[in-house]
Design a protein around this ligand. Structure first.
Ligand code: 5AD
Ligand code: SF4
Length: 554
């Protein structure tokens, strides 16, 4: 069988050289007729490999949706695909190395299937590093910045009159941030609206949905590449977000997560409107920001919560938002969290370090006392709320005392979950002007020690659930162990899956090992009929590990 051929990628070609609707000449041999001839080519089967954060996963759903709408089919694996789209993360060097390490495999696949094309997008593609990308990723045919992703279909020559979803003639643009040329996400707002209108978002789950509300990041964290890869903050219009939420509710989604690199600054860049006259807030820490008469996250959360079923219950029973920056976490939002029944009792609030001096070097714009004041207020307003955070160990100049401050903070706050990583210097970020002077083994040891401290705290937090009932949205059937794979073993161990699998080894007829999350974001294993997948059930917690709970249907 001859390999399926993907049309040649047009490097840097303008979007659609012949505008749609250009009258065709009447000579049969006229090359301009090509666009109007019946399709004879076989469309490629695509595979999207997504790394990084939830925003990337949401972006991948949009790219997959555009590809499906243009008639392509999804391949089950990279090996069987004619088109591989890699959605990269650049937050740490390790994430980039994962993709660099696959170049050999991709090159071999391309030799076996000469029609195969590889597209690399996401945060590893920036205006500033474009020139060196081909050398770093030799198997890649086309590089797209995150803001250029809506062009995917056009750039692959896959747009057709039947599927105009990719052919928006997006004008991806760049803008200057502190003298550096970065991408500008302005048109992503339009692209999302068009993708939604065209049904070109292929959601990865029929139970939980991502809902992007703001693109880009305006913050000043000195270690972070995101402001350079994703550009300044651009909010989606309020009504479009609420309409998308309403459509998700109508489609039966049980959980929606509002997404943004910084959801708390939602709306500050939108035009003031009289209907938001009651929003009269100013930022109290960090760079000043006037938010008068503009919608904010509190307003948005209340509007989505207000979508109700006939009996008055929230049509989307579980609402979440991620990620929050402490400088924008307003009293208005805390009040909305307390007032809206659909808002889950969980908050991810990255702190990064427990030392004020370190926070200053990181450009975080708040102090630990401000951060703790916010947490106290939230815990007061939403009793039982589960808290999680992000920590970086070994950032520039981190002393033993500063590290000890972070450990003390974990012991004070007693987070339910901590995502920690060793500092990884990122090209072009402000922190490259500071000395990356904590030796790699010290960064690593601090990370391991910190995670060990947190493991004890997490276990204690989870043990408090023993004998309690958790409301769990079941979203996964855990398969019986068919084969063993080291990486999977490690992941499963962390999620408590191995222990639960043993506990559920002899299930009665009609029962399966299901997994879901409680409203507090706890992973919960339970034996239940598979028909309960996609529903919320009450689970009596009988076993607690540091990373997951196990119980039986209550
Ligand atoms: N090195 C290590 N961790 C980082 N993060 C962001 N940039 C870096 C970096 N250069 C972490 C932060 C952030 C999370 C998403 O990733 O903790 O909150
Ligand atoms: Fe990674 Fe940040 Fe880009 Fe998400 S936004 S993919 S975390 S670099």
């Amino acid at each position: 069988m001859s390999p399926r051929q993907l049309p040649v990628v047009e490097f840097g070609a303008p979007v659609s050289a012949v505008p749609r609707g250009t009258p065709a000449a009447d000579t049969p041999g006229d090359s301009r007729l090509v666009e109007f001839r019946p399709e004879t080519r076989v469309l490629p089967a695509f595979f999207v490999w997504t790394l990084g954060c939830q925003m990337n996963r949401s972006d991948s759903e949009e790219m997959a949706g555009r590809l499906l709408a243009s008639g392509c089919a999804e391949a089950p694996s990279m090996e069987t695909a004619d088109l591989v789209v890699i959605n990269t993360c650049a937050i740490r060097e390790a994430a980039e190395n994962k993709v660099i390490g696959r170049q050999g495999v991709l090159a071999r696949l391309k030799t076996a299937n000469p029609g195969m094309r590889v597209v690399l997008t996401g945060c590893s593609v920036r205006t500033s590093n474009r020139a060196g990308l081909a050398k770093r990723y030799p198997a890649v045919d086309l590089f797209l910045r995150p803001d250029e992703e809506p062009e995917l279909i056009d750039r692959l020559g896959l747009a057709s009159a039947q599927a105009p979803v990719g052919a928006l003639a997006m004008t991806a643009a760049t803008t200057l941030v502190k003298g550096a040329e970065v991408s500008d996400a302005s048109h992503l707002v339009r692209a999302r609206a068009d993708a939604i209108a065209g049904g070109a978002v292929s959601r990865g789950s029929a139970i939980s949905a991502w809902l992007p509300i703001i693109y880009g990041c305006d913050k000043t964290c000195t270690y972070c590449i995101v402001p350079f890869s994703r550009g300044p903050e651009r909010s989606r219009p309020f009504d479009e977000i609420v309409a998308e939420a309403r459509a998700l509710a109508a489609a039966g989604y049980r959980e929606v997560t509002l997404l943004g690199q910084n959801v708390n600054s939602y709306g500050h860049d939108l035009a003031p409107e009289p209907r938001f006259a009651h929003v009269q807030t100013q930022r109290t820490v960090g760079r000043a920001q006037d938010r008068t008469e503009r919608p904010d996250l509190a307003e948005l959360v209340r509007a989505v919560d207000a979508i109700r079923t006939g009996d008055g219950a929230p049509a989307i029973p579980r609402l979440r938002f991620v990620t929050s920056h402490p400088w924008d976490l307003s009293d208005r939002l805390i009040e909305a969290m307390a007032a809206c029944p659909s808002l889950c009792e969980a908050l991810h609030l990255p702190v990064q370090s427990g030392s004020d001096a370190m926070l200053r070097r990181m450009g975080r714009q708040y102090t630990i006392s401000h951060y703790l004041e916010r947490l106290a207020r939230i815990r007061d307003a939403v009793p039982g709320i589960a808290l999680s955070t992000d920590i970086i160990t070994g950032f520039c100049g981190e002393t033993d005392e500063e590290y000890a401050d972070t450990i003390r903070l974990l012991e004070t706050v007693r987070y339910d979950q901590v995502f920690a990583a060793a500092y990884s210097e990122r090209p072009g970020t402000p922190a490259t002007h500071l000395a990356d002077d904590v030796p790699a083994d010290v960064k690593r040891r601090r990370l391991v020690d910190l995670l060990a401290v947190q493991e004890g705290i997490g276990l204690e937090r989870n043990r408090a659930w023993l004998g309690q009932t958790a409301n769990v949205l079941l979203d996964t059937v855990v398969p019986l162990r068919a084969h063993s794979h080291d990486d999977e073993d490690a992941d499963e161990e962390a999620a408590g899956t191995t222990a639960s699998r043993d506990a559920f080894a002899h299930l009665p007829e009609g029962m399966a090992h299901l997994l879901g999350r409680s409203r507090e974001s706890k992973l919960v294993h339970v034996a239940a009929p598979p028909a309960l997948l996609g529903t919320e059930v009450n689970v009596l917690i009988e076993h607690a590990g540091p990373y997951a709970l196990r119980g039986r249907l209550a």
